[in-house]
Every structure is written in structure tokens, then in C-alpha cells.
Design a protein. Structure first.
Length: 734
């Protein structure tokens, strides 16, 4: 083990690199701070035998054999981090520092170094959350997000169109009806031209006048009927596609890994289910059919105009290429700006959701003005982004309108001159003038579709990002046997920050029917162990076995259906008490619900409510007291009838009488089940089969309550401390 000088003395050369330093590099990461903590480059190199740091000039400034390392960790600093290594002899080495941009990678590297030092296989993920697009290097709207400038619009459009597939008959009918409406719009100009040439100017044929008026009237009647059919089809498709989109996004959200919600805020997710889906279905139902029909209309109109007079038609259509070029140039910048508006909407929803959810805290600390200022900031950001995007759009739209307006000027100039020279009849001139409105009207509308399409693509990108995010491993296995209840933690290691594990090689076995109490100071890893048991997260190393089977080989939903949990802060849905109890067993009858409520000591207080079991619990159970919510959640767990039960601080924050009732209910609940209990009051775990005392992610002690008290170790110290605190609080109350 050695620390090398950064540069050799003058005239000297470095000794040949030892053989173990020439091994294959398993990890190679570039830090962005120099040895003097200024911006610069240094490289971390890890082989199977050593860890070393190399400067940009190739000089080694640090090296340590892997076998001499006891611990490696990423120490968070302000704006960055530091890789720290502790040797087995106790020596401490601050290896190198780096900015927060690469901190996540060095966290993984620290975990890999520890794996190698313990002789474990290297199993890390150095893929960092991306902040810039790999293709164009633009900043992404959010980490690992979609780059609005580089997204494949054709692929996105194809995925959007799939939502029309279940309603393809109605979609085809809508397109045909739109075509009929478009065709009918060509009839009045043709009639007007015939009227001018056949009735008003030369022949003055009164019979033709009445015939043409009858055709015109029939056209108006048919157009009205077609518009009604068109509107009904749009209403049908709009409702169904909107529901399908929201359903698809919500289902994708429900099956995401819990770690996704650790990184995303609820308001941002809500925005995708509402704001973004509205944009997509709006384009599908309104934009896409009109886009198709108006393209066909342009083709048809161009054909009719060329048939009337080729020279005049070409003059009138001359500005069209300029309109298409402008649209192509400005489409992507405008689309990106509307993508940014979508991000501002997400932040707006996030703040709104957070402030309303925490309204009691806001009022308790008299922070209404502070929250209002925060809201105004988000609101102003949303306003500015929207105004900026719309300003760009209306600038482009104005420029395009100029070129589309040139068509009328060209027609009156060139066409008027041709009529004057007798090269064009007045009726055909009028037809061209009417067709002109039909052809340049859609062109201006295409500019609007461009805006519409940009909004829809931005929303679709955000929707599909959720749908493409990795889901929980529901399909890893298709079977899950009926659980007996034996649970084994076998060398389980886990950390939310992988280089700072919360659990460090946890080993124990719970026999079927045992009650295991998890005890320890805050941050010892108790709740993390429970989260792993529920498979909200999976171990970074080691295994969790249920009845001797790695639970990762079990079908996830079937496994979870056999695990019940009673939380410290029970969550009740905004339904009736009966519905909340039956949540543990959908379709349960009232007799079963009442039986579970009796076992949970909840039946009497429920009957005391005005509406009994039909009493609304309120949002998050707000209409019930803390003890009542807890007993309803216990009733829910009893009805669920799990083989493995988890009690997470189930009796904290309640009065003595309520705690007694809850303890009686828990006593009935745990019979015949493997139970894991975390308790705030250590005295409530006296009846546990075994207590596991945790400290710094490891098991410090294990045994019955009596055995641990007699041993006078860590558990005895925790009990004594708690007793002294209780005594002090009791004296203060007196």
C-alpha cells in the first residue's frame, strides 16, 4: 500500500509499474476536479488487484492493493463528492474529488471496489442518468428524459395512430365523411361559375337558374346532415380515445418500480395523465382527419384549377413552395418550445399538488404568503414559456399568412388581365377565385396543424417515456406456490445510494409462525429490510428466500397477495369504511367484513358512526381518528389473510386505551402467521418469538426479550434509554 508523489524528482524516472497494476481495467472513470480541487481531469482505475489514480500526464498519484481495502464510499460534498477508502489497518484515504455531475458513477465505483475487496463478483451499473442528449448534446428537459429535438416523429406518430386501431371503422367513416364535406364545399363555386356564364352574362337561361338553385339547396341539406354525422363521430372518438390514453398511461404508472416514484414528483406524473393525453387525443380526433382530407382537397383543387387554366393555376400556386419551406424551417423550434411549456406545466402541477396536500403544515407555520409566492413563481414561469412559444408561433403564422394572401393578389392581377383580354371567362375567373379560398384556407390551417402537431408530439413523447420506463418484474416468473411462511435473508446488501449501503450483509431466518421484532435506532435499516421483504426494492447482493425459494423467482403479484402490511400511518381511500376493509379481499361480503372488524376491535366504533359501515372515511381517512384508521387497516389485513404479516410501528402515536385495543387486535391477527414487527415502544415486543437488534445495517444482537435484557448489550441500553425518557416525560406532565 502506498501513496505516490504527483511528480518525480528532477532527473529521476518512475520505477516500472508492478505487474498487478498492469491488469485489465475493470473500472475506469474520469473525475472533473484536479488534485488541487480546481477543474481538471484525473482518472480512477480499478483492476482485480489494485485501485489507483492517474493524472492527465500519466503519472500515478495514488495506489492501494484491493486486498488491503476494508471500505470504499462516496462522501457527498457541497456540489460534488469525494471517493474515500479506509484500509484494513485503519488508514483513511480521500482518494479524489469530483462534481455532482459524475458523483453517481463514483458511487457505483465505490460499491464495485468493496465487492472486489470482499472477493465478490463485480456487479455495478455505471450508466448514469443522462442530463444531455447523446445525439445533439442539448440539455434534456429532465434526467433520462426524451430530447424533443431528436425524437423520431415518424415512430411517435405511428404509436399514436395505434390508438385509432380499435375504432378503425369509425375513423375510416370520419375520414370518408370529411371527404364528402370537402367535396360538397367544391359544389357552390362550380354552381356560381355556371350561374355567371350561363345565366347572368350571356345566355340568361332562367331554367338553368332554377336547376342550379335546386342543386345548391340540396347540397346545403346534405352538408348539414354530413356535419351532424361528422360531429357525432368526433364526439365518439374523442371520448373513447381520451379514455384509452389515460387508461394506458395510468396502467403504466401503476406497474412502474417504486424507485421511479422516488425520483419523480406526483404533480409531474399527474400532468402527463391529464395535460399531455388531452393534447394527443385532440390531434388524433381533430387534427389527423382534417390533415388527411385537406391534403386530398389540395390535390383535387390543384387538378380542377389546372383543368380550367394551366397558366393562371401555376401563377396562383407559386407561393405554396415558400409556405412549405417556412413550415419545415420553423416547425422544430416551435415544437421544442411547446415541449418546454409541457415541462412548466409539470412543475406547476407538482407545486399545486404539494401545497394542497400539505395545507395543514402550511397553515400551522403561517406560510400562506410564502406558498403563494412560490405558486406565483411557477405560474409566471408557465406564463412566460407559453407566451414565448405563442409569440414564436404567431410570428411564423403571420409570415405564412403573407404568402398565402399573395394568391388572391395574383388571381386578381393575372386572372383579371386574362378576362380583360378575353382569354378567360368571367365564370371561370370566379371559380378560380373561389377555389383560391379553398386552397389557401387549408394552407393557413396547415400552419395551425403544425402548431397542433408540435404540441401533440411533445405530449406524446412524455406519455411514451412513462410507458417505456422499466416496469416491475411481474413476468419474471409465472408461478408462486402457496407460502408457508419461512423467510431467510441470506447475505442481503442494499443501499438507495449504492456506495452507502443501508443493509450490509444481513443474515437471519424466520420460521413459519414466528414473530420477529426488528429493533434499532433510527436509520439502522429496519424499514429498509421491510421494503425489501415486500419486494418494493430488490437486494443489490445476496438473496431473500421464502420457503427456500428466491423470491425473485416468484410471480410478483401472487407473492404480494400473500403478504399483509399494517403501516405506522395507515392509508385509507376516500370510500366507505366497508370498502376500505374489503380492499384486502375484493368481493368480500358484509359478514366477512364485519367479522374482520370485530377481530380488529373496530366493529363497535363503526356502529357508533351515523352511517355505520357506509360511513365515508374521507381523503386519506381524514374523517376518522388515528386509532380508528389503524384499526380499519388491521381489519383490512385480517380480511386479506396473509401468510406473512408486517407491522410497521402499528401502535405509535395513539393513546393508551387505543393502544390496548390495537394490541388485542394484533394478537388475533398474528396467530398462525410469520410476523415482522417494528415497534416504537420496545415493551410492546415482549411477546415476540425473537428480537433482531440492528445497528448500522447489520445484526448486532438476536434473541428473546428476556435473553437480550439479561445479556445487557445494545438492546438493554435502548430499553434503559427509553425508560429514562418515559420517566422524565412523566415527571414533566406531573
Amino acid at each position: 500500500m502506498s501513496v505516490l508523489e504527483s511528480t518525480p524528482p528532477e532527473g529521476e524516472t518512475h520505477a516500472p509499474m508492478p505487474a498487478y497494476l498492469q491488469d485489465e481495467l475493470l473500472i475506469q472513470l474520469e473525475a472533473d476536479f484536479s488534485e488541487t480541487s480546481h477543474f481538471g481531469k484525473r482518472t480512477l482505475e480499478v483492476t482485480a488487484d489494485a485501485v489507483r489514480v492517474r493524472e492527465t500526464n500519466g503519472v500515478l498519484t495514488f495506489q492501494i492493493p484491493i486486498l488491503d481495502i476494508r471500505e470504499a464510499r462516496n462522501e457527498p460534498l457541497v456540489g460534488g463528492g469525494r471517493l474515500e477508502i479506509t484500509a484494513k489497518n485503519g488508514d483513511f484515504f480521500p482518494v479524489l474529488t469530483y462534481s455532482s455531475t459524475v458523483s453517481a458513477k463514483f458511487s457505483e465505483a465505490a460499491r464495485g471496489i468493496e465487492q472486489l475487496s470482499k472477493g465478490e463478483p463485480l456487479c455495478i451499473n455505471l450508466k448514469q442518468q443522462a442530463t444531455r442528449c447523446a445525439k445533439c448534446n442539448r440539455l434534456l428537459p429532465e434526467k433520462d428524459g426524451v430530447c424533443p429535438a431528436c425524437v423520431n416523429r415518424t415512430r411517435t406518430m405511428g404509436r399514436i395512430a395505434l390508438y385509432l386501431k380499435p375504432y378503425r371503422k369509425q375513423a375510416v367513416c370520419l375520414t370518408l365523411v370529411s371527404l364528402v364535406m370537402t367535396s360538397l364545399s367544391l359544389v357552390p363555386p362550380a354552381i356560381q361559375g355556371s350561374l355567371i356564364d350561363g345565366v347572368l352574362t350571356r345566355h340568361r337561361n332562367v331554367g338553368l337558374l332554377w336547376t342550379l338553385m335546386g342543386i345548391w339547396l340540396g347540397t346545403l341539406v346534405i352538408s348539414s346532415v354530413v356535419q351532424i354525422v361528422n360531429g357525432r363521430l368526433i364526439a365518439f372518438l374523442a371520448g373513447n380515445i381520451a379514455a384509452d390514453l389515460r387508461g394506458s398511461v395510468y396502467r403504466a404508472i401503476e406497474f412502474l418500480q417504486l424507485s421511479y416514484f422516488d425520483k419523480k414528483q406526483v404533480g409531474a406524473i399527474t400532468s402527463r395523465v391529464t395535460q399531455d393525453t388531452d393534447r394527443v387525443w385532440g390531434f388524433l380526433v381533430d387534427g389527423l382527419p382534417y390533415l388527411v382530407t385537406n391534403v386530398l382537397l389540395l390535390i383535387g383543387l390543384a387538378f380542377f384549377m389546372l383543368a380550367i387554366n394551366v397558366k393562371l393555376a401555376l401563377c396562383i400556386l407559386a407561393p405554396l413552395p415558400v409556405v412549405f419551406i417556412l413550415s419545415g424551417i420553423f416547425w422544430k423550434p416551435v415544437s421544442q418550445m411547446y415541449h418546454r411549456v409541457g415541462q412548466k406545466w409539470a412543475r406547476f402541477h407538482t407545486h399545486l399538488n404539494e401545497s394542497l396536500t400539505g395545507i395543514r403544515v402550511v397553515k400551522a407555520f403561517a406560510q400562506e404568503d410564502h406558498e403563494n409566492n412560490r405558486f406565483l413563481k411557477r405560474n409566471n414561469e408557465l406564463r412566460d414559456a407559453g407566451v414565448q412559444a405563442d409569440n414564436r408561433w404567431f410570428t411564423v403564422f403571420g409570415a405564412m399568412s403573407f404568402f398565402t394572401s399573395l394568391g388572391a393578389l395574383i388571381n386578381w392581377t393575372v386572372g383579371g388581365y386574362m378576362v380583360y383580354r378575353g382569354q378567360l371567362s368571367l365564370g371561370n375567373f370566379w371559380k378560380m377565385n373561389q377555389f383560391l379560398g379553398l386552397i389557401y384556407g387549408p394552407m393557413q390551417w396547415f400552419a395551425q396543424v403544425n402548431n397542433w402537431f408540435g404540441r401533440a408530439m411533445a405530449g406524446a413523447d412524455r406519455i411514451f417515456e412513462i410507458m417505456d420506463t422499466e416496469k416491475e418484474a411481474y413476468t419474471r416468473s409465472t408461478t408462486c406456490p402457496e407460502i408457508v411462511g419461512e423467510v431467510t435473508f441470506e447475505g442481503v446488501r442494499f443501499g438507495y445510494d449504492k456506495s452507502n449501503p443501508v443493509l450490509k450483509g444481513m443474515n437471519f431466518t424466520a420460521k413459519p409462525g414466528e414473530m420477529i421484532g426488528l429493533v434499532g435506532k433510527s436509520g439502522a435499516g429496519k424499514s429498509t429490510a421491510i421494503n425489501l421483504l415486500c419486494r418494493f426494492y430488490e437486494p443489490d447482493a445476496g438473496r431473500i428466500l421464502i420457503d427456500g425459494i428466491d423470491y425473485r423467482d416468484m410471480e410478483l403479484q401472487a407473492m404480494r397477495r400473500q403478504i399483509g402490511i399494517v403501516l405506522q400511518e395507515p392509508f385509507l381511500f376516500n370510500g366507505t369504511i366497508a370498502e376500505n376493509i374489503a380492499y384486502g379481499k375484493p368481493g368480500a361480503g358484509l359478514d366477512e367484513i364485519m367479522e374482520a372488524a370485530r377481530a380488529a376491535n373496530a366493529h363497535n366504533f363503526i356502529l357508533g358512526k351515523p352511517d355505520g359501515y357506509n360511513t365515508m372515511a374521507g381523503e386519506r381517512g381524514a374523517k376518522l381518528s388515528g386509532g380508528e384508521r389503524q384499526r380499519v387497516s388491521i381489519a383490512r389485513a385480517i380480511l386479506h389473510n396473509p401468510r406473512i404479516l408486517i407491522l410497521d410501528e402499528a401502535t405509535s402515536s395513539v393513546d393508551v386505551e387505543t393502544e390496548k385495543q390495537i394490541q388485542e387486535a394484533i394478537g388475533r391477527l398474528i396467530k398462525g402467521r410469520t410476523t415482522f414487527a417494528i415497534a416504537h415502544r420496545l415493551s410492546t415486543l415482549r411477546n415476540a418469538s425473537r428480537l433482531i437488534v440492528m445497528e448500522k445495517g447489520q445484526i448486532a444482537e438476536s434473541g428473546t426479550h428476556a435473553e437480550l435484557m439479561e445479556r445487557k448489550g445494545l438492546f438493554h441500553s435502548l430499553v434503559e434509554t427509553q425508560s429514562q425518557v418515559t420517566q422524565i416525560l412523566g415527571e414533566e406532565e406531573q
